[in-house]
Ligand binder design. Structure first.
Ligand SMILES: [Mg+2]
Length: 187
């Protein structure tokens, strides 16, 4: 199998949803950032876990996946968040800015149609906190077509844990072994 894309959401993954007091988990550090379209007197407060950069770099250095931001932070994930996490510049899926009031306007994640088009027939493992049953069905259908797909879904209040990245690497190894088996069968 060619290396799958590792699609990375930000909100609910690297930035957990704040608690009732507006704070993040104790593992996370507060930062004020100024996303594109905002001014310095109107920053956004975010909470990042300094352990996430090294964890993700461990996965990236294996060369087994191609990391790509897939977030409504778009380019700001690379320019603002990457440096705070210690992650080098990564490409991003250029998502549109739809006028929607829910992240599941059609019962599934709003990003999915764009991701589906962007991926073509490439394999992918996608970390996002916001998948619905229809997204999991989409992943199963892609896989059944030979486009290996896995969804990893952290709890948005907690965000990314080491075990999610272990899950990513375990899936890559498994999908790769399956591909070798089916290619051998086809030969
Ligand atoms: Mg999210």
């Amino acid at each position: 199998m060619r290396p799958p894309y590792l699609l990375l959401d930000v909100d609910g993954v690297f930035i957990p949803f704040p608690d009732a007091e507006g704070a993040g988990p104790e593992t996370h550090t507060r930062h004020d950032v100024v996303p594109t379209g905002r001014t310095a007197d109107n920053p956004v407060t975010i909470w990042l876990n300094p352990a996430h950069g090294p964890l993700l770099m461990h996965v990236i250095r294996t060369g087994l996946v191609i990391p790509v931001w897939c977030t409504s932070w778009r380019q700001d994930a690379t320019t603002l968040l990457g440096p705070l996490l210690g992650i080098p510049p990564l490409p991003h899926v250029d998502l549109p800015r739809p006028q929607i009031t829910t992240s599941h306007p059609n019962g599934y994640l709003w990003k999915r149609d764009h991701v589906d088009a962007w991926l073509g027939d490439a394999p992918a493992v996608w970390i996002d906190d916001d998948f619905t049953d229809l997204d999991h069905e989409w992943a199963r259908e892609r896989t059944a077509r030979g486009q290996e797909t896995a969804l990893v879904q952290p709890d948005p209040q907690v965000g990314l844990l080491a075990e999610h990245l272990v899950e990513v690497l375990a899936w890559v190894a498994r999908a790769d072994a399956l591909c070798v088996a089916c290619e051998a069968e086809a030969a």
